[in-house]
Design a protein around this ligand. Structure first.
Ligand code: VGL
Ligand code: ZN
Length: 217
């Protein structure tokens, strides 16, 4: 398997690059700001024919917020609809400055902005499918169909957070049949201590981990 992208059939997926995930933000990702400059250059290079962004976009009082569950603190885990749900600080509340697409990036270069996490009762990490709903299902967002209808066969992932929304999006991309590559240097983690295990897990699930300097051109 070569690493040469098939540009015509390749999409760049930029996951949740929003001020709330920056250092000092509501749900800070260590060094989250370090991806901004290289990601700006990649978007401006015009190399990817297809470019999609996801945006975490929660209503106030979202089910994933610790503040919504009495006696619970951020980063506690709760059983929700039969699956573990991590509780988070309030973040990415729709319409707030922290939920905006980060002003340092050239968003005019993306074709589609997909908002997720909009259901008050259901979280959504992946750009492809929500987390489990009360019926135990993970409803699709339509992203796989959007990409397929445009002839996309391979996806390149970057953004935040590496072990949460980027990971879930990558795994679902594999599941949906896309050749999936993660641009490791263009992601950062909430907990970088778990990077080693994360790499192994992603690789086992069929996600290829590469760095952006290996993209030609
Ligand atoms: C994310 C936690 C909660 C992310 C979103 O974008 O990785 N993490 N909501
Ligand atoms: Zn969220």
């Amino acid at each position: 398997m070569g690493t040469e992208p098939d540009w015509e059939h390749a999409a760049l997926l930029v996951v949740d690059v929003q001020p709330d995930f920056m250092p000092g933000g509501a749900l800070p990702v260590s060094e989250g700001d370090r991806i901004l400059a290289p990601l700006r250059r990649l978007l401006e290079s015009g190399r990817f024919r297809h470019r999609v962004a996801t945006q975490d976009w929660h209503p106030p009082g979202h089910i994933s917020f610790a503040s919504r569950h009495s006696g619970r603190a951020p980063f506690d885990t709760l059983g929700l609809y039969g699956h573990p749900q991590m509780l988070w600080p309030d973040h990415c509340i729709r319409g707030t400055a922290g939920a905006a697409l980060h002003p340092a990036l050239p968003w005019e270069r993306v074709d589609l902005i997909l908002r997720k996490g909009t259901d008050p009762q259901v979280d959504s990490y992946s750009g492809f499918r929500n987390n489990w709903d009360p019926r135990g299902e993970r409803p699709p967002t339509g992203l796989a169909g959007y990409l397929r209808e445009r002839g996309v066969r391979e996806v390149y992932l970057c953004g935040l957070a590496r072990e949460v929304c980027v990971k879930w999006t990558a795994e679902d991309a594999v599941e949906a049949g896309f050749r999936t590559r993660l641009l490791w240097d263009l992601t950062r983690a909430v907990d970088p201590g778990a990077d080693e295990a994360l790499r192994a897990d992603l690789t086992r699930r069929g996600v290829e981990i590469i760095t952006s300097d290996r993209l030609p051109g």
